[in-house]
Design a protein around this ligand. Structure first.
Ligand SMILES: [Zn+2]
Length: 311
């Protein structure tokens, strides 16, 4: 089976200013790491733009139109909130970032690919239906999950999130719908301050495992192995979507966890085992955070190599 790498030139053109951690060089590092002989048979696909219909399943139409209407002149930046910035090309980037996850869902549901990695910017998991934040404008993975429900009638779609920050935007979209599942390991305390283990959704369909600063491989693997993976297995997803942030890495400057590159490969293999059992192996993974360029490149390569194990 094939694995797709879905990206778009606008992701490199989304400019956040000279000193912003969520910068185009992140994606350059990711694409360079994936442009490697060992993973040369990854099939590159250009992301389409998400349609208004796809975006408005998650976000109110007024919000979508307001975000897509932010088109400053070339070279100027618009501060959306304290951390979230848009430039001339950002409206194109946000439409294609959500579109990349939608295209990934289509690819795995139509058996064009078994697994997908969407190399996108900006990330999405902090975007609430009507509130941007944490570098995020549209919730890319949620747009993909709701597309899977609407276009393919899936009854059980899971989103798992190993970014070091809690994906409070994704959780808010998932928690009222028992046909969706959201699980996250994340550092606590840390932005955005949500993700207590007591937040369980309407049907136990939310699982949060906060990790104390300084936690490393043992705590990360226990969070997934003892708590999240058994709950995910019980949910029996027909499709697995991954918010793949690599900022839990020990070298990341934005947080204080000590996860190793090998832990991301381990977790990817565990997720494949569950996807094989319930979802015909279908995984759509989308890039979220990761701010040390070397750690990010190395970790994405390990993640994608694992995703490609049978191709
Ligand atoms: Zn993050």
């Amino acid at each position: 089976m094939t694995s797709f790498l879905i990206s778009h030139p606008s992701f490199l053109a989304h400019d956040t200013g000279d000193y912003h951690p969520e910068r185009p060089d992140r994606l350059r590092a990711v694409l360079a790491a994936l442009d490697d002989a060992a993973i040369a048979h990854l099939v590159s696909v250009v992301a389409p733009a998400a349609t208004l219909e796809q975006l408005t399943r998650v976000h109110p139409q007024e919000y979508v139109e307001a975000i897509l209407g932010v088109r400053p002149p070339s070279g100027e930046l618009v501060q959306i909130d304290a951390d979230t910035i848009m430039s001339a090309d950002s409206a194109e980037a946000v439409r294609h970032a959500a579109g990349a996850v939608v295209a990934g869902v289509d690819a795995v549901m139509r058996d064009a690919a078994q697994t997908v990695f969407a190399a996108v910017r900006p990330p999405g998991h902090h975007a609430l239906p009507s509130i941007p934040g944490g570098f995020c404008l549209f919730n890319n993975v949620a747009v993909g999950a709701l597309h899977a429900q609407a276009a393919y009638g899936l009854e059980r779609v899971a989103i798992v999130d190993f970014d070091v920050h809690h994906g409070q935007g994704t959780q808010a979209i998932v928690e009222p719908d028992p046909r969706l599942f959201y699980a996250s390991s994340h550092q606590s305390p840390l932005y955005p301050g949500t993700g207590s283990a007591r937040e369980r959704g309407v049907a136990g369909n939310v699982v949060n495992v906060p990790l104390a600063p300084g936690s490393g491989s043992a705590e990360f693997r226990a969070a997934w192995g003892d708590r999240i993976l058994p709950a995910l297995d019980l949910f029996a997803p027909e499709l697995l979507i991954v918010s793949a942030g690599f900022d839990a890495h020990r070298r990341d400057p934005l947080a204080q966890l000590n996860v190793e590159t090998a832990d991301f490969a381990w977790l990817t293999e565990e997720l494949l085992t569950i996807a094989d059992r319930h979802a015909e192996g279908r995984i759509v993974s989308a890039l979220e955070g990761g701010y040390d360029l070397d750690a990010l490149a190395e970790s994405v390569a390990a993640h994608v190599r694992a995703l490609m194990r049978r191709s």
